[in-house]
Write a protein of this length. Structure first.
Length: 292
């Protein structure tokens, strides 16, 4: 039972990492840039959901859509203020500007929301599942998170392959200049990529909020792990980063159960270093082919 609980818990965490890593994949594929404040986007989803549902007393059916909509809007702000001014000039300063904007958001939330951790009650995270009166140590929400994560990954894959917007997005990925000449609004595609990126992070934050304390700095470590997952899976592969997220989450959970939480980060990040030394393009990434 302990092993099963660890695996399910790991899949839940891994799905959250995968959702955030999908955001890294999406913006990198479309614009060659990423939002290094993705962890702050995840925190924003959790804090907004808590604020609307608990502080204002709204039903979750209203609180969650509005929280996610504001996360998507935040993605547009990131693209407009922290990425576009630098990327349009061929500068890599967006690396630090996205980090800086994330720090600003974390501190704004800290001063408005407060420093104290809060808990977000959920009927899906109150009582563990039982079989024949025997507790499994697994909450229903931990089973729901992987389902939502894989469903969103499948939706993104379907959207990019079977819709007009998705085909246009693929054209932007392959050749932005040619896409622009064909009348495809490249700038809108990039803005949409950043909005969806932070939306995915917001979904991750809202899903895990009942399992963790909601606070201003909760996204820092999660964002770092999500970027590790994106690189490990191969940031050019959507399914790759999702699978890498699941694997990373399960490995973390198994290490914690076997050796204790003190060894979790030591061993898991050491394994990542070894894996990238063997597969520098990640598990499912491909090396760029350059004509000379």
């Amino acid at each position: 039972m302990l092993l099963m609980s660890a695996i399910v818990s790991g899949l839940g965490l891994g799905s959250m990492y995968g959702l955030m890593a999908l955001g890294f994949y999406l913006t990198y594929a479309v614009s060659g840039t990423v939002n290094f404040a993705q962890g702050s986007s995840m925190m924003l989803g959790a804090v907004l959901t808590f604020t609307f549902a608990q502080t204002l007393g709204w039903p979750m059916s209203a609180a969650l859509p509005l929280a996610l909509a504001l996360c998507a809007l935040y993605g547009l702000v990131v693209e407009r203020l922290a990425v576009r001014p630098f990327a349009s000039r061929g500068s890599n300063a967006w690396l630090m500007s996205t980090v800086a904007l994330g720090i600003v958001l974390d501190n704004v939330v800290m001063f408005t929301f407060g420093k104290e951790p809060r808990s977000l009650p959920s009927p899906l995270a109150q009582a563990p599942l039982e079989i024949g009166g025997l507790g499994l140590g697994i909450y229903p929400l931990q089973l729901l998170i992987p389902v939502v994560g894989l469903a969103l990954a499948a939706a993104l894959h379907t959207l990019s392959r079977r819709t007009r917007w998705g085909v246009a997005l693929l054209a932007v990925v392959q050749n932005p200049n040619a896409a622009r000449l064909m009348g495809i609004p490249v700038r809108r595609a990039i803005m949409a990529a950043f909005a969806v990126s932070t939306l995915f992070a917001g979904v991750a934050g809202a899903l895990v909020a009942p399992l963790f304390n909601v606070q201003a700095d909760m996204g820092t470590l999660f964002g770092l792990k999500a970027y590790v997952v994106a690189i490990l899976g191969g940031i050019t592969s959507a399914w790759g980063v999702m699978i890498a997220g699941l694997l990373f989450g399960v490995v973390e959970a198994l290490i914690t159960v076997a050796l204790g939480s003190g060894y979790t980060h030591i061993i898991s990040f050491t394994l990542v270093i070894v894996m990238l030394a063997v597969l520098p393009n990640g598990l499912f990434g491909r090396a760029d082919v350059r004509k000379v």
